[in-house]
Write a protein that binds this ligand. Structure first.
Ligand code: GTP
Ligand code: SPV
Ligand code: MN
Length: 598
C-alpha cells in the first residue's frame, strides 16, 4: 500500500515516527474496510460501544476532563506577538516547538501512528485544499473518515506539487511493554498549537473534537483564515443553506453563529412556510471566494457533521434525527436499556434505566445530565435527508445573504439588516453571545465573539476586520447583503419569546424579501428592522406585544451596548480599522438623535 505515498509525506512521517516511536505506522486510504477494522479495534479497546438500535452506530465515552474545545490551551505561534492579536493566546514559535519536541519524544510508544490524507472540498476544486493528519488515536482517524474526504489521491496531488497542510496529533499516552490501554487515552497536559507562517498544526493531549480532528477548526478556520487573508478569500465559521421558493426562486445564505448557537439547526431547517424549502450545504465552516462573475462563492469544505446532540429531537430537528438512524459515531450521549442513545431534549420523558455518558447507571433525581451538554454526533453529510443534491459542487454557490447571530436573552432584535457592507462588518465585529458547553468555560456568560470567530481567527482580529472590509470593496455591489438574527430572546421567567427552529423560516422569508426590495423595512439607529406586517406570521401563535418586543430598537439599551463595544474596540489599538470606529460613532450619533426625539 505504501507505494503511492507521496515522498514528502513519507519523509515527514519518518521524521515524526523517529521522534514519537510508535509500534507501527499505518497509512490510511479511507476505505470502508479500514473503517470497519478501526471500529473493531476501538470496540475491543472499550473506547466505543455498539448502539444496536442504529445499524453501524457506536458510542464513544471520553474521559471527564476531555469533553470540549480548550480555548486557554489553544495557541497561535506567529513569529510576532502582534500578529496573533489581543484575542488569541500567543506563544513564541521557537520555544513552543522545543516544548512540543519534548512532549512528542516517545509519545506514541506502544501505539499505532495513523497517516490520514484528506481533502477539504472535492480534490482539485478551485476553493479546495488538502492536508495530512498524523494521529495516534484510532477514534480520531475514524472521525476524520466521517468528517473529511480521506483519499490516497491526496498523495498524488502532493507529488505533483500541490500545497498541503501538516497536522500532527498525539494523545500523549505512550504504552509501556505489557501496559494495558485505557478506554480514552489522553494527557492532562494539553497544547493545541498553530504556526501560521508555516501553515502547521501540532496538537497534544486531547482526543476530543476541535482539539484533535485537526482538519476542522485548526486547519479549516485558524490556518485557512491566514491563507485566506494572504490569498484574497475567506475562511468562516458559517453554515451554508439554499432556500428554494415554490416559484423556483433560489437564495443562498451563509450564517455565522458562535459554537452551539444554532448553525446545524438552521442548516437543516424544516420550513414552517410551505412555499419555502431548505436544502443543507454545510453546518459549520464555509470557504468563500470571489468568482469570475464578481460574486462571492462558497463551499462547505467538510464531508460530515460534528453536531450538538442535546436539544435535538423530532420536534426541533427531524432532519437530524432521520440522519442519525444509522452509521453514526456518537460521543458522550446516554444509552437506553434497549440499546438506543438518549440525550436531554430528545424526549420530554426521561427513559428509565439510562446509562449516563460516563457509563454509569443514571440517577434521574440527581442534578447531573445523562448526556454531556457538549455530547455530539459525527455523521456523513450525505446522510442528511435535506442535503442539497449538488452540495459538493467544486465551484460552490453564490452567496446572496450573510447572517450573523448569537444567544442574546435581551436587546438584540429577532432580525435586522445592516445599512451597507461596511455597517455589516461592524455588526459582525460586535457579535456577542452567551457562552455554551462547546468550549471549556463559564456557560451562560455573555462575551464578544466577533464573526463567531473569537476562538478561530488564526491572526490579529483587527486585521481580520480589515480583511472583511477589503473583501467588501472588491465585491462592490455584488457583495451579499448582511443581516443579524437572534432566536434567543427570553421573558422574565426564562422562556424563549420566539419559538425558533422551523419558525425561523419566517425570518429567512423576510430576508429573502429584503434582498429583492419586496418590503421596505423600518430604519432604526442600529439597522433596518421588519415592520410587524412584513413578517409572514400565518399559522403562528404569537401575541402582538411579544412580537413588538423582539422587533423594536431599544434606544437606551443600545446606547449601553455601544459603550461596551467602544471598550471592546480599544483592545485592538491601531489595528482596529478606522472604518469601524466611524461606524460606531455613526450608530452612537443616530442613537443620540433618536433619544433626543423620543
Ligand atoms: P457548533 O457545532 O458548536 O459550531 O454549533 P451550532 O451553531 O451548529 O449549534 P446547533 O445548531 O447544534 O445548536 C446548538 C443548540 O441550540 C441545540 O441545543 C439546539 O437545540 C439549540 N437551538 C438551535 N436553534 C434554536 C432555535 O431556533 N431556538 C432555540 N431556542 N434553540 C435553538
Ligand atoms: C465548535 O465548538 O464550534 C464546534 C465543535 O463546531 S468543535 O469541532 O469541537 O470545535
Ligand atoms: Mn463550530
Amino acid at each position: 500500500m505504501t507505494h503511492d505515498v507521496a515522498q514528502d509525506v513519507r519523509d515527514w512521517v519518518d521524521e515524526i515516527a523517529a521522534k514519537t516511536q510508535p509500534k507501527e505506522i499505518r497509512y490510511l486510504a479511507g476505505t470502508d474496510e479500514e473503517y470497519r477494522e478501526l471500529t473493531q479495534d476501538l470496540l475491543e479497546a472499550g473506547t466505543i460501544v455498539p448502539v444496536p438500535k442504529r445499524p453501524g452506530s457506536y458510542l464513544a465515552r471520553s474521559s471527564r476532563d476531555d469533553v470540549a474545545r480548550m480555548e486557554d490551551r489553544t495557541f497561535i505561534c506567529s513569529e510576532h506577538e502582534i500578529d496573533a492579536g489581543p484575542t488569541n493566546n500567543w506563544h513564541d514559535p521557537t520555544e513552543m516547538r522545543s516544548t512540543l519536541d519534548e512532549l512528542f519524544t516517545g509519545s506514541m510508544r506502544g501505539r499505532t501512528l495513523f497517516v490520514v490524507p484528506f481533502t477539504m472540498g472535492p480534490l482539485g476544486g478551485p476553493i479546495s485544499q488538502i492536508g495530512v493528519e498524523i494521529t495516534d488515536s484510532a477514534y480520531v482517524a475514524v472521525s476524520m473518515m466521517l468528517m473529511t474526504r480521506v483519499t490516497p489521491e491526496v498523495h498524488g496531488a502532493i507529488d505533483e506539487g500541490a500545497f498541503w497542510v501538516k497536522a500532527l496529533h498525539s494523545v500523549g499516552a505512550p504504552l509501556d511493554q505489557g501496559q494495558e490501554d485505557i478506554a480514552w487515552p489522553s494527557n492532562p497536559t494539553r497544547y493545541i498549537t498553530h504556526f501560521p507562517e508555516t501553515r502547521e498544526i501540532i496538537s497534544y493531549g486531547s482526543a476530543y473534537g476541535g482539539n484533535a480532528l485537526l482538519a476542522k477548526k485548526a486547519f479549516a478556520l485558524r490556518i485557512a483564515s491566514v491563507m485566506a487573508r494572504d490569498e484574497g478569500w475567506m475562511a468562516e465559521h458559517m453554515l451554508i443553506l439554499r432556500m428554494r421558493h415554490e416559484t423556483g426562486r433560489v437564495v443562498h445564505i451563509a450564517g455565522a453563529f458562535p459554537s452551539a448557537c444554532g448553525k446545524t439547526n438552521l442548516a437543516m431547517l424544516q420550513s414552517s412556510l410551505p412555499e419555502w424549502q431548505v436544502e443543507t450545504i454545510g453546518d459549520d465552516i464555509a470557504w468563500l471566494r470571489p468568482g469570475s462573475d464578481g460574486r462571492l462563492w462558497a463551499i462547505n469544505p467538510e464531508y460530515g457533521f460534528f453536531g450538538v446532540a442535546p436539544g435535538t429531537s423530532e420536534k426541533t430537528n427531524k432532519v437530524a434525527m432521520d440522519m442519525m438512524e444509522r452509521d453514526v459515531m456518537f460521543t458522550n450521549v446516554a444509552l437506553t436499556d434497549d440499546g438506543d442513545v438518549w440525550w436531554e431534549g430528545m424526549s420530554k420523558e426521561i427513559p428509565a434505566n439510562l446509562t449516563d455518558w460516563q457509563g454509569n447507571a443514571y440517577d434521574p433525581t440527581g442534578d447531573q445530565p445523562a448526556a454531556h451538554p457538549n455530547a455530539r454526533f459525527t455523521v456523513r453529510a450525505s446522510q442528511a435527508p435535506s442535503i442539497a443534491p449538488d452540495y459538493d459542487a467544486p465551484e460552490g454557490f453564490p452567496i446572496d445573504a450573510i447572517i450573523f447571530g448569537g444567544r442574546r436573552p435581551s436587546l438584540v432584535p429577532l432580525v435586522l439588516q445592516s445599512r451597507s457592507w461596511q455597517h455589516g462588518v461592524f455588526v459582525g465585529s460586535t457579535i456577542s453571545s452567551q457562552q455554551t458547553a462547546a468550549a471549556e468555560g463559564p456557560v451562560g456568560q455573555i462575551r464578544r465573539d466577533p464573526f463567531a470567530m473569537l476562538p478561530f481567527a488564526g491572526y490579529n482580529m483587527g486585521d481580520y476586520f480589515g480583511h472583511w472590509l477589503r473583501m467588501g470593496e472588491q465585491l462592490g455591489d455584488r457583495a451579499p447583503k448582511i443581516f443579524n438574527v437572534n432566536w434567543f430572546r427570553r421573558d422574565e421567567d426564562g422562556g424563549f419569546l420566539w419559538p425558533g427552529f422551523s419558525e425561523n423560516a419566517r425570518v429567512l422569508d423576510w430576508i429573502a424579501k429584503r434582498l429583492v426590495g419586496e418590503v421596505p423595512g423600518v430604519e432604526t439607529p442600529v439597522g433596518i428592522l421588519p415592520a410587524a406586517d412584513e413578517l409572514n406570521l400565518t399559522g403562528l401563535d404569537i401575541d402582538a406585544e411579544t412580537l413588538n418586543a423582539i422587533i423594536t430598537c431599544d434606544v437606551d439599551g443600545w446606547q449601553d451596548e455601544m459603550n461596551d463595544v467602544g471598550a471592546f474596540f480599544e483592545r485592538f489599538g491601531h489595528r482596529l480599522p478606522n472604518e469601524l470606529s466611524r461606524e460606531l460613532a455613526d450608530v452612537q450619533s443616530r442613537l443620540s438623535s433618536a433619544y433626543a426625539a423620543s
